[in-house]
Design a protein around this ligand. Structure first.
Ligand SMILES: C[S@@+](CC[C@H](N)C(=O)[O-])C[C@H]1O[C@@H](n2cnc3c(N)ncnc32)[C@H](O)[C@@H]1O
Length: 213
């Protein structure tokens, strides 16, 4: 996710927990500044301890707030929401319409990814790029979004990411396989999953056809 931060960015890291990412951004000099927020005081205490140990306090500001409440574009040009559910992200962004103007969103949802994509493209954002990251053997999409008009997504693309963006990621064939396995488990009692499974099979077929050429 750090790779998605543009050099010199002013970052707001929402739900920072131990402030691992802000400390990395401080130590590498990648960002200009970081405002690290969390809704709970416990994580902020852990964050303060790590910031103290690493001597990065001059660079990272801590704040306790729910999502982006009380913040605006003057606090940063890049908003990171990582390690929380898609529905939490939707709640946070729906109270922060200012993020549609000149703000880069970097989102790593842990759940409800299709709901998040659907909400973003239906609410004045466009997902400019997606890539996959691996953590403890599991694959997670990282979305970069900003205010704008979105292309149309198929139902499968709402679940996988736009194929024009994510289809060339080296981890995509594994991701597609995992998503197809999950849809296959649900398909016998879930019509929507059965429909998705058919779409996934067509995409898998296209990919293996492309490999054969
Ligand atoms: C699993 S940790 C993720 C930490 C870090 N962002 C990462 O990706 O490794 C989730 C953090 O988000 C915080 N959080 C959950 N809901 C939040 C909200 N509405 N506003 C701010 N922080 C929130 C939690 O307190 C927790 O510290």
């Amino acid at each position: 996710m750090a790779e998605q931060v543009r050099p010199g960015a002013a970052v707001i890291d929402v739900g920072t927990d131990h402030a691992m990412l802000p400390v990395w951004l401080a130590q590498t000099g990648r960002a200009r500044s970081v405002l690290a927020t969390d809704i709970r005081s416990g994580p902020l205490q852990n964050a303060a301890a790590l910031i103290g140990r690493t001597g990065t306090g001059g660079f990272i500001r801590l704040m306790q707030t729910d999502g982006l409440d009380g913040l605006g574009p003057e606090d940063g040009d890049t908003v990171i929401l990582a390690g929380m559910g898609g529905e939490t992200m939707i709640g946070i962004l729906s109270r922060a319409a200012w993020t549609k103007e000149d703000t880069r969103l970097i989102l790593e949802p842990q759940s409800k990814k299709a709901d998040l994509r659907r909400w973003l493209i239906g609410n004045g954002y466009a997902i400019g790029s997606e890539r996959l990251a691996e953590d403890a053997g599991r694959l997670y999409p990282i979305l970069c979004a900003a205010g704008g008009t979105s292309p149309v997504y198929s139902e499968a693309e709402l679940h996988l990411g736009l194929l024009a963006q994510i289809g060339n990621d080296p981890l995509f064939p594994r991701y597609l396989q995992a998503m197809a396995a999950s849809a296959a488990r649900a398909a016998p009692h879930d019509l929507a999953a059965a429909g998705l499974l058919e779409e996934y099979k067509i995409i898998e077929g296209r990919l293996s056809g492309a490999d054969d050429r």
